[in-house]
Design a protein around this ligand. Structure first.
Ligand SMILES: NC(=O)c1ccc[n+]([C@@H]2O[C@H](COP(=O)([O-])OP(=O)(O)OC[C@H]3O[C@@H](n4cnc5c(N)ncnc54)[C@H](OP(=O)(O)O)[C@@H]3O)[C@@H](O)[C@H]2O)c1
Length: 305
């Protein structure tokens, strides 16, 4: 089968690889679409030649897991893998999949595993969201465009932070109450802040949280460090800075129900996937550059054609 393989020279290239050998608890899935995450850009550098990236996928179950976990053969699914997902076929644990309703396409589903779970689960740190002021940095990105919608649907008043004025397009339609250019333009305090830019943005987020509120730190897109001190919490006593890693944030048995919840929100129209780029997987190099350059609005999806 064909797979995108890590190489020392280009980030990844298409090569022939042996078929996956699923374990007892894994299904064999024919991958039709996957999405690219900012975190995966770094993983090219951190892994050796021959490694196959890929966490997000959508496709069709070819063979159900031997232990009967997960959907049967023929089911259209969204799937989360640790790695090895950017291939024509992948082995996927039965409990890390959810069936797709008829109206949900492979491309729409492919945006969900990493970005959707991150948006959903970071927001849970602020529950209940009804009436709460929520600030979301990186709002025009993959996680951000989903988080804005889920927060708004849950009754939050969402302030979306974008990096450049043109990145504000469509934010109000996604449910943002306010859209600001740079976190320094945000006004008032917030019960929940989702922070992924790092550096000065995280420092400012800590100054904007309200007493007993929460700043969820789930990324560092700027790669800049942050200096904080106790005095920063003076105006918002007993507020909390919460680290977040989507893979370990909740128990393993929560993957399937959370993926099912996210696809159901697409199916009923309350979550509108924002797919900024949709290309064949043969264009992975160009799409990687677009994501790195912050020119993808929402998610980048690759089709396994
Ligand atoms: N901890 C976890 O479990 C977890 C899970 C998923 C993602 N992440 C991390 O969360 C972050 C967001 O992920 P994503 O997939 O949504 O990424 P993305 O689609 O690339 O979106 C990132 C957004 O951050 C904004 N940004 C602000 N400062 C930036 C900078 N210096 N460099 C790059 N972008 C900057 C950009 O907005 P503008 O273009 O409007 O400026 C961009 O839209 C990444 O750092 C990713 O690694 C962590």
């Amino acid at each position: 089968m064909l797979a995108l393989v890590n190489t020392p020279n280009a980030p990844v290239e298409l090569r022939e690889l042996p078929e996956p050998q699923p374990a007892r608890n894994e299904a064999l899935v024919e991958v039709r679409a996957f999405s690219l995450n900012r975190g995966e850009l770094r993983s090219f550098q951190n892994n050796e030649e021959g490694w196959v990236p890929g966490q997000d996928g959508a496709g069709v179950v070819l063979r159900q897991a031997e232990d009967r976990s997960g959907p049967p053969a023929g089911t259209r699914v969204v799937a989360l893998t640790d790695e090895f997902g950017w291939a024509q076929r992948a082995a996927v644990a039965g409990h890390r999949m959810a069936a797709l309703p008829d109206g949900v396409s492979f491309s729409q589903a492919a945006i969900l595993p990493v970005a959707g779970l991150t948006a959903l689960r970071t927001l849970r740190h602020g529950a209940p969201l009804l009436g709460k002021r929520v600030l979301i940095t990186g709002a025009a990105g993959g996680v951000g465009t989903i988080a804005v919608q889920l927060a708004a649907r849950s009754g939050a008043r969402v302030t979306a932070v974008v990096g450049r004025p043109e990145r504000a397009a469509g934010m109000t339609e996604l449910g943002a109450t306010d859209v600001v250019h740079g976190i320094d333009s945000a006004r008032g305090r917030f019960g929940l802040i989702l922070e992924s830019a790092g550096g000065a943005s995280l420092a400012r987020a800590i100054q904007l949280v309200e007493a007993k509120g929460t700043v969820v730190v789930y990324g560092n897109s700027s790669a800049e460090p942050t200096t904080i001190s106790f005095a920063d919490f003076r105006g918002a006593q007993n507020s909390r800075v919460q680290g977040f890693h989507y893979f370990t944030s909740e128990s393993e048995d929560r993957f399937a129900p959370d993926l099912a919840l996210l696809v159901s929100l697409i199916a009923d129209g309350s979550l509108k996937p924002r797919i900024g780029v949709e290309r064949t997987w043969r264009d992975i190099a160009q799409v990687t550059e677009q994501l790195r350059a912050r020119s993808v609005s929402g998610k980048a999806v690759l089709l396994v054609d």
